[in-house]
Design a protein around this ligand. Structure first.
Ligand code: 13P
Length: 251
């Protein structure tokens, strides 16, 4: 069921810095974002940074129009899990958001869809808002398996139930469009966003935000945002350049 963006779905433009940044570079970027945040014209702005920079985000973004979060979370609360970071630790730095199941974590760290759902559930239990990422590879697309792959990735998330779905955000990021400069066309993206929305129940469908990610830049943002089921963007490379990120938000 394709729906027009409604007032209940505020547009969200979120930067995923991935493993980029330094204290010095972040300070300049964050100050420019705070100074320009009003250009977002009602869209929500957010930044997901590497763990060590969360205190810096808290310091520089508190009280601004920009919320922040992390790029991953452990399913565990605490204990002997070397290298893991728990949701309560993210809460200590006032994170609102956490990315769950980004394709780079699925591909490079072997995260299964059931683990992604467990992380989503752990994040929700601590009051974090998960941004759950799904997306097909080029091989999946060429084989005509887009909907099958997305449905498989979504299944354990849908199983978390309506209370969970009303709090999380979904992100469609076709793997072949990430960091490649090759964006899905607005029509290609809308087709999958519509498919994802049709997998939600009626009340969830009206409310759940579905972001698009994959080589989003100022030049293509407006066309993507004009699609009825695209509620914002998850931005990688372009989120490292303040002006470009703000121009996307203004689109
Ligand atoms: P790019 O915008 O660099 O293609 O990255 C997209 C992405 O993976 C955001 O999570």
């Amino acid at each position: 069921m394709t729906q027009r963006p409604s007032q209940s779905r505020t547009r969200l433009v979120m930067g995923n810095w991935k493993m980029n940044g330094s204290l010095l570079a972040n300070a300049a970027l964050l100050q420019a974002l705070v100074a320009g945040a009003s250009r977002a014209r009602g869209a929500q702005l957010a930044v997901c940074a590497p763990f060590p920079y969360l205190p810096q985000l808290q310091e520089l973004l508190a009280g601004s129009l920009i919320s922040w979060g992390a790029q991953d979370v452990s399913v565990h609360e605490q204990g002997a899990y070397t290298g893991e970071v728990s949701g309560s630790m993210l809460r200590d730095f006032a994170c609102t958001w956490v990315l769950c199941g980004h394709s780079e974590r699925r591909a490079m760290h072997g995260e299964s869809s059931s683990l992604v759902a467990a992380k989503t559930s752990a994040a929700l239990a601590l009051g974090l808002a998960p941004v759950v990422c799904v997306g097909e590879t080029l091989a999946d697309r060429d084989a005509g398996r887009v909907e099958q792959v997305i449905a498989e990735q979504l299944e354990p998330i849908l199983g978390l139930g309506a209370a969970a779905l009303n709090k999380l955000v979904l992100a469609y990021e076709p793997v072949w469009a990430i960091g490649t400069g090759r964006t899905a066309s607005p029509e290609q993206a809308q087709a999958v966003h519509g498919f994802i929305r049709s997998a939600l129940t009626r009340s969830e469908a009206g409310q759940t935000r579905i972001l698009y990610g994959g080589s989003v830049k100022a030049a293509n943002a407006a066309a993507l945002f004009s699609q009825p089921d695209i509620d914002g963007a998850l931005v990688g490379g372009a989120s490292l350049v303040a002006d470009e990120f703000l121009n996307i938000a203004a689109a």
